[in-house]
Design a protein around this ligand. Structure first.
Ligand code: TPP
Length: 932
């Protein structure tokens, strides 16, 4: 029998040892040496003919030991006792010596070095080493890292697990501190249970170790100089974490349980609605140690907060106050995400978030994930919830090390936490702790869990709490006095009772309503930039560094750009130039910018070219990071193909660093609906629910150009549906100058009047002459919420129809043949759809006293676009001056036609009706003209 006939992974390891022995017999330990002394190539040849007996040594058994050790390392977690409820682990046949055709006696006869690793050093033989290995891999911790492909990382993890170097200290102060912590955690829940019976609190009980685990991670982070920890989590255990990790005062939490109506209603005038207590966030008022801990508020939508928290951590670790690229330092910031077991496996946003973890524009230096695994999702079992072996299965594909740990073993949990932190320090990568516990009550405290899980809840009913078990262990070992556990319980109950007795909920409760800026702040912002300054910046942006070879076609475009200021009154500024000049002047004003989205570096329509690639070497040039007038960093990244997580991430980045201009661009506006959860739950409602003041900018290509139902509409109706209490701005600019000014206005409002800004941007119009502006308009203009028809104003009294429209359809109207002849029609642009520009529109309408009808014209179907939002507002504005008419596509289930020819026919009809005074319909059509 020859050694190379063995296929086990560790045959190689044995050979390696043997080779080492051959080169230097003293390079292996004495036992192994003794064994190899009987194993020579000649002996191996002999063995081929007459195995084992002749040499006194069986290669088969050597390889068996090595393979057994390898299987324990790989699959030991399958036999680990992870479930505090005592279910049997699935196990794996490969974990028994018999599967490798070896016996205990064989193991005892063979050297420990065959097992390898730190356990071998302290073992007399392979049997002892294997026993130790089993204790490490198959007890209450399941180390699950075989899917890590990078040898250095895998080796580090193996050594970390086997050396036990991250086991927590067991001296008296340390073990007592854990008991004290567990007592606080448990007493808090028991107090709430007793004081507010049946009130929802999503108790942590069954996963109490979550708090000491967080302590350990956060302390580790603080010791390594981190300045920010951002904690994203859902409902389960949230109140407990708020109280004990973020130090939210007990009185605040108790006041929320009291729910003082008077205090809440005081703030409705500010458009503040508040949220339930287990969704609210917090930030440590004073740094804990040297570190701020933030928990963003989150909606019920499970896991939606994940990218938000990671985006916040990224922002907190990014410095952007200097020209050039923004600098990220993962050492000063750490995101920690606490997931539910059912939600982690079920929600796609988790995969999207994990996918961000190693991307240069999104990495937060390693997120520590904790699955608060109570083995249930509401009433659903793991078998009903995930197709992976573990709730954590998804993380394997992202090469994230996983430690499953029994939540009733404090030592194992703390070791997992310490290991997670050290791994993050060492590699700057994500780590996952699967904290396996249970849920002491129903999904919430009003739920009866034994309707659906009768057996499970019988077990839980009889189960001692982790605090009780830990206390008993310590007392039994003589580590603490027998009376200490009860004394701690009493102490913490007293503290809560005192807090409750002192409670004055009406005063205690401070709603986090945002300040409301004075009315008209936005309208007063001056956004023009002197021509000389613009010219200088333009020249600087077009500088051609020595040795950089531009793509031939781009070089020509740059030459054209160089000439745009030759004539201040020439229509030379197209959309892309306006954008670049806006961004550059914002940077020159000292405001950092982050711009992300799919393919934003070049621009979906090949219009932006914010990043040039040397045609010969491929090196990159980013003029907005280079031009000397910049006083802040410019960050631009092509995003992965995600809307939901990327919007969530930018929202988080934005609220964490509100003085930076954060812009997200959709490939086509339609795709923003992939981020609908983020829009509804964060962007448009965060102010009303949580008092946050986001100012994220969305660029959403929009317009009907015959590209079909999915490349036409950014669905502005959805933003208008969500618009209330001045919670956003929605604009649809028709000129490059308007775009320039609206971006500059947003930057100027970041501190004074922050609101999310949605910009419906053009596609084919990007290079259209009708959209181009003059340099003078950049210098002297400002953003106009309504643009009157200058031609019509000159004509004056003859106007009997005012057509109001927004965006690209305006260009269709003014470039139509009918425009020249229809002298009675004024075409006015509503450039800002929300906040509704009442004053400006009133002024415009007032200029046309002989108007006989006002038309709202849109290309979208009647149930989409701005019409349904505008109708009541316009009716109120027009009063009894004249009728209001709708022209647009008829109600439709789909945003647009799927045929370009059909689109054109409908578009023609639309334009024709705008100028057709009678508005009579002659043939059936998708286009509708009606008086309302
Ligand atoms: C996206 C989403 N779908 C459904 C729900 C309703 N829901 C709230 S909690 C819950 C179960 C969550 O289970 P798990 O993730 O295991 O967390 P646990 O409550 O057990 O801690 C469900 C289905 C929700 N909040 N969010």
């Amino acid at each position: 029998m020859r050694l190379d006939e063995f296929s086990g992974v560790n045959a190689g390891y044995v050979l390696e040892l043997y080779e080492r022995y051959q080169q230097n017999p003293h390079s292996v330990d004495p036992q192994t040496r003794k064994m190899f002394e009987s194993w020579t190539p000649a002996a191996e040849e002999t063995a081929e003919r007459a195995p084992t007996q002749q040499t006194g040594f069986d290669v088969h058994k050597i390889v068996g030991v090595a393979n057994l050790a390898e299987c324990i390392r790989r699959y030991g977690h399958l036999a680990a006792r992870l479930d505090p409820l005592g279910s049997e682990p699935v196990g794996d046949p490969s974990l028994s010596p018999a599967a490798h055709r070896i016996t205990d006696a064989d193991l005892k006869a063979l050297p420990a070095s065959l097992v390898g690793g730190p356990v071998a050093e302290s073992s007399a033989n392979a049997y002892e080493a294997i026993e130790k290995l089993c204790r490490i891999y198959c007890s209450t911790t399941g180390f699950d890292y075989a899917h890590i492909f990078v040898p250095e990382e895998r080796e580090w993890l193996r050594h970390a697990a086997e050396s036990g170097r991250f086991l927590p200290p067991m001296d008296r102060p340390s073990v007592e501190a854990v008991l004290d912590r567990l007592t606080r955690v448990e007493v808090f829940e028991r107090f709430l249970h007793r004081t507010f019976p049946g009130k929802t609190r999503f108790s942590i009980e069954g996963l109490d170790m979550l708090v000491p685990v967080l302590d350990e991670i956060i302390c580790g982070a603080a010791e390594h100089g981190a300045r920010h920890a951002v904690l994203g989590m859902a409902h389960r255990g949230r109140l407990n974490v708020l109280a004990h990790i973020l130090h939210k005062p007990y009185t605040d939490i108790l006041a929320e349980f009291k729910d003082p109506v008077a205090a809440r209603s005081l703030r409705t005038d500010l458009g503040w609605m508040g949220d339930v207590k287990y969704h609210s966030g917090a930030r440590t008022a004073a740094p804990r140690g040297q570190m701020y801990i933030t928990m963003p508020p989150n909606p019920s939508h499970l896991e939606a907060v994940d990218p938000v928290a990671v985006g916040m951590a990224r922002a907190a670790g990014t410095s952007a106050n200097r020209r050039g690229a923004a600098q990220f330092d993962g050492g000063i910031t750490v995101p920690i995400l606490i997931h539910g077991d059912a939600a982690f496996s079920g929600q796609g946003i988790v995969a999207e978030t994990l996918n961000l973890s190693r991307l240069p524009g999104y990495s937060a230096g390693g997120t520590i994930h904790i699955i608060a695994n109570n083995q249930l999702g509401f009433t659903a079992t793991p078998q009903e919830s995930y197709s992976t072996s573990y709730a954590s299965g998804l993380a394997r594909g992202f090469k994230i090390p996983i430690v499953h740990v029994n939540a009733d073993d404090p030592v194992a949990c703390l070791e997992a936490a310490r290991l997670a932190w050290e791994y993050r320090v060492r590699f700057g990568l994500d780590f996952l702790i699967d904290l396996v516990g249970y849920r002491r009550y129903g999904h919430n405290e009003g739920d009866e869990p034994s309707f659906t899980q009768p057996m499970m809840y019988q077990t839980i009913g009889a189960l001692a709490t982790v605090r009780e078990r830990w206390a008993r262990t310590l007392v039994d070992k003589g580590s603490i006095p027998a009376e200490l556990p009860e004394a701690l319980v009493r102490k913490h109950f007293d503290q809560l009772e005192a807090a409750y007795a002192s409670l004055k909920p009406e005063q205690e409760y401070v709603p986090p309503a945002p300040a409301t800026p004075p009315a008209g702040t936005a309208a007063k912002i001056a956004t023009g930039v002197a021509l000389d300054r613009l010219r200088e910046i333009n020249d600087a942006l077009l500088a051609r560094p020595d040795g950089f070879t531009f793509h031939r076609k781009l070089g020509r475009g740059m030459e054209r750009r160089r000439a745009v200021f030759a004539n201040p009154d020439g229509r030379s500024i197209d959309w892309a130039a306006a954008e670049e000049l806006a961004l550059a002047t914002i940077l020159a004003d000292g405001v950092p910018i982050r711009l992300t989205g799919e393919d934003v570096e070049r621009g979906t329509f090949s219009h932006r070219h914010a990043v040039f690639h040397d045609a010969v070497s491929g090196t990159q040039l980013i003029p907005l990071q280079e031009f000397p007038q910049a006083r802040a960093a410019f960050e631009i990244h092509n995003s992965p193909l995600s809307e939901n997580a990327t919007v969530g991430f930018e929202f988080g980045y934005n609220v964490q660093e509100p003085k930076r201009l954060v812009i997200w661009e959709a490939q086509y506006g339609d795709f923003i609906n992939g981020a609908q959860v983020m829009l509804d739950q964060f962007v448009t409602s965060a102010r009303a629910k949580w008092g946050l003041t986001p100012s994220l900018v969305f660029l959403l290509p929009h317009g009907y150009e015959g590209q079909g139902p999915e490349h036409s509409s950014a669905r502005p109706e959805r933003f208008l549906d969500a618009a209330a209490d001045i919670n956003l701005r929605l604009v649809n600019c028709t000129t490059a100058a308007q775009y320039f000014h609206v971006l500059r206005r947003q930057a100027a409002l970041l501190e004074r009047d922050p609101l999310p800004l949605f910009v419906l941007t053009p596609k084919s119009l990007l290079r259209h002459p009708s959209v181009a502006s003059t340099p003078r308009e950049l210098e002297q203009g400002r953003f106009l919420s309504v643009i009157d028809d200058e031609d019509a104003r000159v004509r004056g009294n003859g106007i009997d129809r005012v057509v109001l429209c927004s965006g690209k359809v305006y260009v269709d109207l003014i470039t139509s043949d009918r425009r020249g002849t229809a002298r009675n029609v004024a075409i006015c642009r509503v450039e800002q759809l929300y906040p509704f520009p009442k004053i400006a529109l009133n002024e415009v309408l007032g200029r046309y006293p002989s108007v006989r009808d006002v038309v709202w014209l849109q290309e979208e179907p009647e149930n989409m676009g701005a019409w349904q939002f505008m109708q009541p507002l316009l009716e109120e504005l027009i009063g009894d001056r004249c009728p209001l008419r709708y022209i647009g596509r008829a109600r439709s289930a789909s945003p647009s036609e799927g045929s370009a020819a059909w689109h054109q026919a409908n578009q023609r009809k639309l334009i024709q009706q705008a100028f057709d005074i009678d508005g009579t319909e002659t043939e059936p059509s998708m286009v509708l003209s009606k008086e309302v």
